[in-house]
Design a protein around this ligand. Structure first.
Ligand code: NAD
Length: 480
């Protein structure tokens, strides 16, 4: 039985039911983990609260140093952790290593900021009086994370939370808790005090809801689907917790008639099929100008035809299985809706044949041209390897289509014309716009959705604001 990790200790959850973790490529059991619930969440939150009272008073530079040391310890174990991530999540080994590398990089980013956390000074408020704008940590942070990038989405919360003096209780997805608990233990062994970073494994509807509703949790940092996010905002209202909601997306990509079509097609192929299409920030809808549509679609089609499907652990695999069988069925339904609406299928739209695929959740990379604008691939988030492409007449039409969903997470535009690029960047309703660039997330820049993709920011210096509370302090120099 795998374990939970809180209060600086492995918790084996004796007496608790367990959850079975299965390999998405084979359907075989990988591990059993304790099914923690409200009781375990309460224990972990209390441990985190006790730790907070000391951690928040550790000099910031020392907190930063400890984060850097913890990051190095995780980095040293990448070779061991990556195959575990593949076995619970399904992604190719190369992507698992990249994910762990990004986890370490984000912790380093925030560890390195420790000496630059500062507030404001307002002189001459009154006679002999000045003011300060002080930022203080919130307390215990509840972090609920999905299964698609179990570690990087955690680092986005852990880094800014810990460096500013908060402590964290994380609830990984019920299907991907293994690497997260190991990382918590590694970081503790590398010097992070007991209770600073805790992990409770369990179901969303049990451990997750208990964490969202716990009165000692001062902020809920949630990444996941829009419906669950909306529901959790209500649970968090019990004590008016601060919330950050990183939710679903349906990123548009606009390809203008002056774009570099080779580069745009590569970005579309990687941006859609990375992690088997299971990314919040993935290119989920392409709008290409009529004049270059045929050439672009042909170029993209060639690239999609070269994507190699297989188990994540096999050498050369570019696309692994979907994470769950339910996820695959949902994509199948969405693709069917596109096909029924008249889409032309250039690749995929089916499960692969062959013995290596028999027991896994495999689905062929799928390229669809001109489904109806009311089909599910146009209106819903497609969380899997299917990419619809539409022709558009001009930039106005492309932007109108791009903004035509409730989502607003990422977006991209490809053009040689600076005016078009800046107009698109201004008018697209999304938290990120890439111009002539693949959808790469930088630690340096704030990341977060608009509209029903959520609110609040991760990454950048901006994330620090979401893990601290502002206080005004007024000081009178003389007591007279
Ligand atoms: P999900 O909302 O079902 O689950 C996410 C997490 O919430 C898991 O840990 C789960 O256990 C927990 N959860 C589920 N039900 C819960 C409940 N009732 N109470 C408390 N916690 C609960 O999402 P998913 O399907 O696992 O993940 C995919 C979704 O996440 C997609 O919509 C994707 O776009 C989104 N996502 C967003 C971002 C972002 O940064 N904006 C990043 C990655 C994924």
């Amino acid at each position: 039985m795998a374990f939970m990790f809180y209060g600086g200790e492995r918790i084996d959850g004796e007496g608790l039911d367990s959850l079975t973790i299965k390999d998405p490529a084979t359907g075989e059991e990988v591990a059993e983990v304790p099914r923690g619930g409200a009781g375990e969440v309460d224990e972990a939150v209390r441990a985190a609260r006790e730790a907070f009272l000391k951690w928040s008073r550790v000099p910031a530079s020392k907190r930063g140093q400890m984060l850097l040391e913890a990051a190095a310890a995780v980095e040293a174990k990448t070779g061991e952790l990556a195959p575990v991530l593949v076995s619970e999540q399904g992604k190719p080994l190369r992507e698992a290593k990249l994910e762990l590398h990004a986890f370490v990089r984000t912790l380093r980013h925030y560890g390195g900021m420790a000496k630059n956390i500062r507030g404001g000074y307002v002189p001459d408020l009154d006679t002999d009086t000045y003011g300060m704008v002080v930022r203080r940590p919130l307390g215990v942070i509840g972090a609920i994370v999905p299964w698609n990038f179990p570690t990087t989405l955690l680092a986005n919360k852990l880094g800014p939370a810990l460096v500013t003096g908060n402590t964290v209780v994380a609830k990984p997805a019920e299907t991907t808790p293994l690497v997260t608990t190991r990382i918590a233990e590694i970081m503790h062994r590398a010097g992070l005090p007991a209770g600073v970073f805790n992990v409770v494994t369990g179901r969303g509807s049990e451990a997750g809801e208990a964490l969202a509703a716990h009165p000692l949790v001062r902020k809920l940092a949630f990444t996941g689907s829009t419906p669950v996010g909306k529901m959790l905002v209500g649970k968090a209202a019990v004590n008016l917790k601060r919330t950050t909601m990183e939710l679903g997306g349906s990123d548009p990509m606009i390809v203008c008639d002056d774009a570099n079509l080779q580069k745009a097609a590569s970005a579309a192929s990687v941006g859609r099929f990375f992690n088997c299409g299971q990314a919040c920030l993935a290119i989920k809808r392409v709008f290409v100008f009529d004049a270059v549509a045929d050439e672009f679609i042909e170029t993209l089609s060639e690239k999609v035809g070269k994507l190699k499907l297989g188990a994540g652990i096999e050498k050369g695999t570019m696309i692994g299985p979907l994470h769950t069988s339910g996820g695959r069925e949902e994509v199948e339904e969405q693709v069917q809706s596109a096909v029924d609406s008249g889409a032309k299928v250039l690749h995929g739209a089916k499960r692969p044949d062959g013995p290596g695929f028999a027991n896994g959740n495999f689905y062929e990379p799928t390229l669809l041209v001109e489904p109806s604008h009311s089909s599910k691939v146009a209106t819903e988030e497609v969380f899997g390897p299917a990419l619809p492409v539409w022709r558009v007449g001009d930039l106005d039409e492309a932007i109108e289509r791009a903004n035509g969903t409730p989502f607003g997470l990422g977006s991209s535009v490809w053009t040689a014309d600076l005016n078009r690029a800046s107009e698109a960047a201004e008018r697209i309703e999304a938290g990120y716009t890439w111009v002539n660039s693949p959808q790469v997330v930088y630690d340096e820049l704030p990341f977060g959705g608009w509209k029903e993709s959520g609110y609040g920011k991760e990454h950048g210096i901006e994330a620090l604001d979401y893990y601290t509370e502002t206080k005004a302090v007024v000081v009178k120099r003389h007591q007279r």
